[in-house]
Design a protein around this ligand. Structure first.
Ligand SMILES: Cc1ncc(COP(=O)(O)O)c(C=O)c1O
Length: 390
């Protein structure tokens, strides 16, 4: 009765964990949620009032599939992200980046198409690629991102329809692609003429140092498609994100989007545009960076005090996630069962590995819990770890 493509579909394990963590007594490091107390509620509500005065009923009307022009112009000029030199015709506004992934999957993936990803990678992207029956091939990755030599090795045997990467503070591990690897990757991509999706919802959340240039800015729109979102920088409920690409790719995505939802919600786009226009975005981002860095530092310090010595972790310089490694042979899912009994939750890292490895890894979100909850939750996790494998 159902289409072939839905035969192997299963609900993501993360969604199942998130159902449990909705209980108020649970301290959750499981979701990927921004901090709601830091949403710019007052400024967004001021922007709403202003835009109704300014545009009236236009804000409630259908608008074009590409997205409203003032917002596309701001994005093209690098207002929100590191975009290189492009025009409004290189921009498509999408209903969240998740829709960008869906549209790009529809454009590039046939049954059996090969998609190279980092290992681990973002679950929402994997789900989208799988829905279109892509064959996901994970490439070895470490704290500096995907390993160029492993990519080259794979390319000797397979030609992918897509290479999907998150170069900044990736979900789940928080790692970033080093500048040296970015350069090497550009060489490999252009010599093999690959299509790369650069998914960058966390790049703006940089805690210190210089922002590394995007692959799109370095390598250009022949081989690179860039995506970012206002979900993590302003608010996810707006569902406003964008794809930057070559005009031909954008025009095909526009046709696909017409068949999907006609357009991204008009009011959300105007709200984001008016908020950017107000200039308050920049102070908001500064504040977010400061607050998230504080939470990351608090989590690092609590882990140092509470976790057994055999447990290790990284220190991402931005984003929303930390990556923890349990001793070899330990199972993070078993630890999760015990932690849930103590009302603290996280996501076992194995969920994010297309090759099923990473049994002893954990993703911890630090953006969504208060300093007090981080201290309490990490303390509880430390106790359970000591009971479980010491
Ligand atoms: C890497 C990555 N891409 C895309 C998304 C989807 O974001 P949205 O649809 O809210 O823009 C997320 C959300 O967590 C993400 O982590």
């Amino acid at each position: 009765m159902y289409a072939e493509r839905v035969a192997g579909l299963k609900s993501s394990a993360i969604r199942e964990i998130l159902k449990i963590t909705a209980r108020p007594e649970v301290i959750s490091f499981a979701g990927g949620l921004p901090a709601p107390e830091l949403f710019p509620v007052k400024d967004i509500s001021d922007a709403a009032q202003k835009l109704f005065l300014k545009y009236g009923s236009t804000v409630l009307q259908y608008s074009i599939t590409e997205g409203i022009l003032p917002l596309r112009e701001k994005i093209a000029s690098g207002f929100h992200s590191d975009t290189g030199t492009i025009g409004a015709d290189n921009v498509l506004i999408t209903q969240g980046s998740q829709q960008g992934l869906d549209l790009l999957s529809k454009l590039f993936i046939d049954k059996g198409s090969v998609i190279f990803t980092e290992n681990p990678s973002y679950l929402g992207a994997l789900q989208s690629f799988q829905l279109f029956r892509g064959d996901i091939v994970p490439i070895a990755s470490d704290e500096n991102g995907i390993r160029p030599n492993d990519l080259l090795e794979r390319l000797r045997r397979k030609r992918p329809a897509l290479l999907y990467l998150m170069p900044n503070f990736q979900n789940p591990s928080g790692s970033s692609l080093s500048l040296e690897r970015r350069r090497k990757l550009i060489e490999i991509v252009s010599s093999h003429d690959l299509i790369v999706i650069e998914d960058d919802p966390y790049g703006e959340l940089l805690f210190k140092g210089e922002r590394l240039p995007s692959l799109f800015a370095l390598g250009g729109s022949r081989n690179f498609i860039y995506m970012s979102s206002f979900s993590k920088t302003v608010a996810p409920g707006l569902r406003v994100a964008y794809v930057l690409a070559d005009e031909e790719i954008i025009s095909k995505l526009v046709i696909i989007k017409q068949g999907t939802d006609l357009q991204t919600n008009t009011i959300g786009q105007y709200l984001v545009d008016e908020y950017l226009e107000s200039g308050k975005y920049f102070t908001h981002i500064e504040n977010l960076r400061k607050m998230y860095a504080l939470r990351r530092d608090c989590m690092l310090s609590a882990m140092k005090r509470h976790f057994p010595e055999a447990v290790t972790w990284n220190c991402p310089s931005g984003g929303m996630f930390l990556w923890v490694k349990l001793p070899e042979g330990e199972d993070a899912r078993r630890l999760l069962d015990r932690c849930l009994r103590r009302n603290v939750a996280f996501v076992p890292g194995q969920e994010f590995f297309p090759d099923g490895s990473g049994e002893n890894t954990i993703r911890l979100n630090f953006s969504n819990a208060s300093i007090e909850k981080i201290e309490e939750g990490i303390g509880r996790m430390g106790e359970v770890m000591r009971e479980t494998f010491l």
